[in-house]
Design a protein around this ligand. Sequence first.
Ligand code: OXD
Ligand code: MN
Length: 592
Amino acid sequence: MATAPQHVTTLASLNQPVSAWVDEVAKLTQPDTVYWCDGSDAEFQMLERQLVARKELLPLNANTNPGCFLSRSHPSDVARVEHLTFVCTRNKDDAGPNNNWMAPEQAHRQMDELFRGCMKGRTLYVVPYCMGPIDSPFSRCGVEITDSAYVVLNMKIMTRMGRAALERIAHDGAFVRGLHSIGDLNPDRRFIMHFPEELSIKSFGSGYGGNALLGKKCHALRIASWQARTEGWLAEHMLIVGIENPQGEIHYLACAFPSACGKTNLAMLIPPASYKGWKVWTVGDDIAWLHPGKDGRLYAINPESGYFGVVPGTNAKTNRNAYETIRHDTIFTNVALTADNQPWWEGLSDGKPVIDWQGRPYDPANGPAAHPNSRFTVAAKQNPAYSKLADAPGGVPISAIVFGGRRRTLAPLVYQARNWLHGVLVGAGVASETTAAATGAVGVVRRDPMAMKPFAGYNFADYWAHWINVGARLKSPPQLFHVNWFRQDAAGKFLWPGYGENLRVLRWIIDRCTGRAKARDTAIGYMPGAGDLHLDGLDLAPGALDELLAVSPALWRTELAGIGAYMDEFGARLPKALQAELEDAQKRVAGA
Ligand code: OXD
Ligand code: MN
């Protein structure tokens, strides 16, 4: 093994339990070199240079996109792999019917065989990271060991990574252990295993963000949701956004939508022209850790420090903030290239692709030029709408929690739950059409409670019970809502324009929280009447608003029966209160 440079020895000596674990992993994986990451900019640039020299990172046009690079993944490694993702608890029922399960001993045995000798000829990078602001009591730390320098670069952007995190680990005395190798990228030897009882993760055979950046989905959602239940908080697949009205009053919303359903766009929304004086502040675009505060409100931090966002569809009109954010110092993964080496993707208004995401001359017969799940990785601080409170150790107070999904039919533009328990039912009943963020068929409606189907690290029945308990501890809980930006008419045309116009719906939501807006009491919850939304300057197709705000009792009877059948899968563990709430909802719809 190569001798460690001086600063590396110093880092290793900062933390005995981490270095003991690193030694153990190095013995198993047999790397040529062990490198402890300090998280400095110099280190980031050194790794970039190494990847460029190996042609694993392509510098993009330095005039138009300074500091930007393109990475191309193996064509079979472009998304999360839910069928290869496991939660390994001693008792199978603790993982629940919502997770793939394997006994921990078997999973360790199988993974250790894959990891044995897998880093020969490679460098083992030790990546200490902190999820959340370094000085927040709500933050939690981990160490990822990986043999991918691309992962190190992404972890530096997405987390507080390096020396400061290692110092915090020494202080906390606990950390999540994440072991990752890209292996040989063979999908038959690809597994993402979680051991919540041991606070550890083993991921092999993929370099894709959601499978390989272990701080993100694996730690901040699957392991953290387990930790959160033990410690009395919530780890959720939610953006956090601050909406400031012209009077300077700011309300923070946490919104749970499934992957690739516009969380990044909503978190960075640009107000419509007629909303003069309104401002939108991004706290987070993907994950929220929510803690009951001493004042009885719920407070949120964003555990991440960067965005790993879906690129296609991003342009100056749909999301000008994201568009500005990714103009420099951004890692693009699986986008196409123009003749002058600029990144290109479907939905970008200018330029033409000449090279597709696989590096081939672009030919429309091969499909889209950029992969539909192509991504940008970029520091959150580059966002022009970055909230001043994004790094606040105590987080931001949440006025409303908004659930949503991608539904062509059924779910109206917006409705409000009657109370917290009804809101838990609304969240538990979320269903959405699948997207390219995970491998498998796209556009199929599936149950995705609280947008956490791929990410809850334990049995959903226990998770819903935990939600109910957290609500009971809040004197001033957030109001709970459901939205659907994706309703279509009979011809398949979207009824609602989405993007910046969504602020009109968020305004009604905030006004409901402050008691300023009126609502109709309907069979599924409180809804705006046509005159209750501020739609000035918006040109909706005739009849569109009526359709967007319509509730079909017949369709809802079928939907609630479907939710009931889904919940039955959880058997006796399903909270009785949730079952009773469902029966009440069914009665209301039956009588409508
Ligand atoms: C993501 C996802 O990358 O949800 O955020 O897949
Ligand atoms: Mn996500």
